[in-house]
Design a protein around this ligand. Structure first.
Ligand code: C5P
Length: 232
């Protein structure tokens, strides 16, 4: 599994994405498309980015009854995305159904990773709103193990959790980690951050980087710096 930097293209419309990616010339970075862009630009954005040669992580975080997730995953798989995701809280059965839906007739499929607990959920909200009384670290690892059991390829987690996830689920279980910041950069609203170099040391497989690249004065230089620190 090759390590890579994924740019979170959190733009409000297709024009802005293409304007941004045009700055990269012949380079074709791996990009993440989230709900805002997908819902505003539609599936066409995936098709256009694929045609331009980008790999795509489609971050739609599915969570529904197994049959609906299975059928929806089939649609995403046919779009040719490279990575997609769901909520592990949808249960092992939902995750197994997702894998079935994603698997193409020739046996290939996009990588499927799980969200464990959102980083916006803390111990207090988990206990009060969701009535889950266990420590959040334990819940995250339990959900990661469920994902592995269902045959998923990995999880989205903070770089600080990547080591523990690998210990619990094995080194080939992928960790995709947002919350990455340069040592001399703005932290913004991210609470638990790590530099690309440290994310590499701790064993993240992919880092998802948004504003440190998209809001940089020179996004291409910022991307190259990420790749240099994380991949090379
Ligand atoms: O701009 P920034 O580097 O903070 O962007 C991080 C990206 O990763 C955003 O698209 C954000 O929604 C996503 N993400 C995150 N934390 C999670 C899951 C996803 O920051 N736990």
């Amino acid at each position: 599994m090759g390590k890579d930097v994924i740019i979170a293209c959190d733009f409000s419309g297709a024009d802005k994405v293409f304007e941004f990616l045009d700055r990269f010339g012949e380079k074709r970075p791996f990009v993440k498309i989230g709900m805002e862009l997908f819902y505003s630009a539609g599936p066409e954005i995936v098709k256009k980015l694929k045609e331009r040669g980008h790999k795509i992580f489609l971050d739609l975080k599915l969570h529904d009854i197994p049959n609906t997730v299975k059928k929806s995953m089939k649609v995403l798989s046919e779009m040719g995305v490279d990575i997609t995701n769901l909520h592990a809280s949808g249960t092992v059965r939902m995750m197994e159904a997702a894998i079935e839906g994603l698997t193409r007739p020739d046996g290939t499929r996009p990588l499927l990773i799980a969200v464990t607990q959102l980083t916006s959920t803390d111990q207090e909200s988990m206990e009060q709103d969701l009535l889950i009384k266990e420590p959040i670290d334990k819940v995250v690892l339990h959900y990661a193990k469920n994902a592995a059991k269902a045959g998923l390829d990995g999880v989205v987690c903070s770089p600080l959790e990547a080591g523990k996830v690998h210990e619990a689920c094995g080194n080939s279980f992928i960790t995709v980690t947002p919350g990455v910041r340069f040592a001399d950069g703005d932290v913004g609203d991210q609470k638990r951050v790590m530099t690309p170099a440290d994310a590499k040391k701790i064993g993240s497989d992919y880092i998802v980087v948004g504003r440190p690249i998209t809001a940089a004065e020179d996004p291409v230089a910022a991307y190259d710096r990420c790749v240099k620190e994380f991949v090379d």
